[in-house]
Design a protein around this ligand. Structure first.
Ligand code: ATP
Ligand code: MG
Length: 572
């Protein structure tokens, strides 16, 4: 590609709207431009990278035996009504009507569409297992689209759906996808981690997310220092260290605590550490209202709580609602003499002599103990793990927390969709059987941003070779210098003919601008042609990866660039 004939609008300054490195660099290097909130156009440079990711994904999916299909983005409401998701999906689902007044949505995902397709086309167990995938535009009306294409509203996803006759076969399909994903992210040059993920409303079966570890990640990932346990914070479970058994020593007392509301204030007032206090939270689901108890130094994990309570529409009650229900402010509610079902976090099981709200404004209770002051409630794991907690899988490790960007998700769905949509095949015995399903997503466009988060320096992007939009940038110092221009053309052709992808900066631009842009664009190799070098019979070859440079004789440079690039491609 010739820069003089390419739309590659680089920017000198960081755009104000961009908060994270990948968003800044994608705008600055002219990869993308925003059309509306969470909606982006891909310019030539960006599209080249996106296509590279797509190709890697496609190759590995094909290799794993999945079949490529391409399904409509626009989906009729009837399908979503069959599975109940027309109601459940909420405002992330972009809904609209056609001229005949029929309801449609723009697909955020395709379980309904694929299940509809296969229920009409697959008839026999002999056609299973089957796995269908597509690389396609999705739309989700995200509450907070941000970070450029990292969390867009319109984005490119690879989604795959497997159909198996029984659990063992589903386990096998899942495993195949798991391995294909490892291969895909490795080839994309990403340092990633597969972590256990919450299965939410669908419940029960396995789910893993693939995370690229980066500061800007929106998810928290817990991992063990000793074993291979890793889980999304939403799901992570801490081990229970041998704590001293509950040893009540104090009598419950009511103490005036004027204007003392938060846990820190309470702990400060009584001169104790926050773990000696107990937090009371009121929540509501379709099944009713509950009081949840946590140790003062712990945070509620709403997903665990919602899963445990099992009712739909879990939510924390607003302070005004709490006041209306109990007659006291949120800072003063507590579990003693409250007429609500109580569920306490496991870590409170052995607590004794703790401090909690007194259900009277500006009063707290101290020296509270199970049994003597209130019945032992039901206990459950309700909290977020914290850095330093012990591991639940091994005896020695402690957990650490990192930030992660979710680039992929694999999920055993079971019969949720096949059952509700009446998909069956004839089994060996000639009977109708409902197949089990798995679904497997990859954020193709998000990978581009995630790769930049992990591969950049102060000057721009440093592309891993397999995602690089160009393998080599040929930086022609002055296009009017005939001998240099001719050499640049020759190298450009030579690289193209050997299957590499060169970028020729043949613009009439200041040298400083050319170097800055080259750093920004981030081709792994660069050759600088012109000026004194030509007269001396040499050009300079530079590595974007380690900044090293060397002088190479004019007649050797093409071959050297080809060998170097091929070397990089083989190493990766
Ligand atoms: P998230 O928790 O980030 O919203 P999700 O759990 O909703 O992700 P899935 O439904 O599993 O995501 O979608 C499959 C993949 O699509 C995700 O692993 C992620 O890489 C990508 N993805 C999801 N939402 C977006 C988005 N708004 N913008 C870009 N990529 C996305
Ligand atoms: Mg989402």
């Amino acid at each position: 590609m010739r820069l003089s004939k390419t739309l590659l609008p680089t920017l000198k300054e960081d755009p104000v709207e961009a908060q994270i490195v990948s968003h800044k660099l994608m705008l600055r290097s002219g990869m993308i431009r925003q059309l509306g909130a969470g909606i982006y156009s891909w310019l030539p440079l960006g599209l080249r990278v996106l296509r590279k990711v797509e190709n890697i994904v496609r190759q590995e999916m094909d290799r794993a035996g999945a079949q490529e299909v391409f399904m409509p983005a626009v989906q009729p409401a009837e399908l979503w009504q069959e599975t109940g998701r027309w109601q459940q999906y909420g405002t992330e689902l972009l809904r609209f009507r056609d001229r005949g007044g029929r309801d449609f949505c723009f697909g955020p995902t395709h379980e309904e569409v694929i299940t509809d397709l296969v229920r009409n086309e697959l008839r026999s167990y002999k056609q299973l297992p089957a796995n269908f995938y597509q690389i396609q535009t999705k739309f989700r009306d995200e509450v907070r689209p941000r970070f450029g294409i990292m969390r867009g509203r319109e984005f490119l996803m690879k989604d795959a759906y497997s159909f198996d006759l029984d659990q063992e076969s589903l386990d096998n399909s899942y495993e195949l996808m798991f391995k294909a994903y490892q291969q895909i992210f490795k080839r994309c040059g990403l340092s990633f981690s597969a972590v256990e993920a919450d299965t939410g409303a669908i419940g029960g079966s396995d789910s893993h997310e693939f995370h690229v570890l980066a500061e800007s990640g929106e998810d928290a990932i817990a991992s063990c220092s000793n074993c291979d346990y890793a889980a999304n914070l939403e799901k992570a479970v801490a081990g229970w260290p041998d704590v001293v058994a509950c040893r009540p020593t104090a009598q419950m007392q009511k103490v005036a605590t004027p204007n003392i509301k938060t846990i820190d204030e309470v702990a400060g007032f009584f001169a104790v550490t926050p773990d000696k206090t107990c937090k009371s939270l009121l929540v509501e689901t379709d099944e009713g209202r509950f009081m949840l108890l946590l140790r003062g130094d712990h945070e509620l994990n709403e997903i665990k709580a919602a899963n445990f309570l099992d009712g739909d529409n879990f939510r924390l009650m607003e302070p005004e609602e709490v006041k209306k229900l109990t007659g006291v402010g949120v800072g003063s509610i507590g579990p003693v003499n409250i007429s609500l079902p109580i569920i306490a976090d496991l870590s409170l099981k052995n607590s004794s002599d703790f401090i909690c709200g007194a259900n009277e404004d500006d009063f707290h209770l101290t020296g509270v103990n199970w049994e003597s002051d209130l019945p032992r409630p039901e206990f459950a794991d309700l909290r977020n793990v914290q850095a330093g907690d012990s591991c639940s899988r091994c005896d020695f490790g402690t957990l650490r927390l990192d930030r992660g960007i979710e680039v992929g998700h694999v999920f055993k769905l079971g019969d949720k969709y096949t059952k509700s949509m009446g998909m069956t095949v004839l089994n060996q015995g000639g009977r109708e059987q409902t197949p089990l399903m798995g679904c497997y997503g990859i954020g193709v466009s998000r990978i581009v941003a995630a790769a930049i988060e992990q591969n950049h320096d102060d000057n721009g992007i440093v592309w891993p070779i397999f995602l690089a939009p160009f393998h080599v940038e040929i930086l022609l110092i002055n296009p009017k210098e005939a001998a240099a221009a001719q050499l640049a053309e020759e190298i450009y052709k030579q690289l193209q003919e050997s299957g590499l992808e060169p970028l020729l900066d043949d613009r009439n631009e200041r040298l400083g601008v050319k170097f800055k842009d080259a750093d920004l664009i981030g081709a792994p190799l660069r050759v600088v042609i012109g000026g004194r070098g030509i007269k001396e019979g040499a050009v300079e070859v530079q590595s974007r990866v380690d900044g090293s440079s060397e002088k190479v004789a004019l007649d050797k440079v093409g071959e050297l660039l080809i060998n170097r690039t091929k070397g990089l491609l083989q190493e990766s």
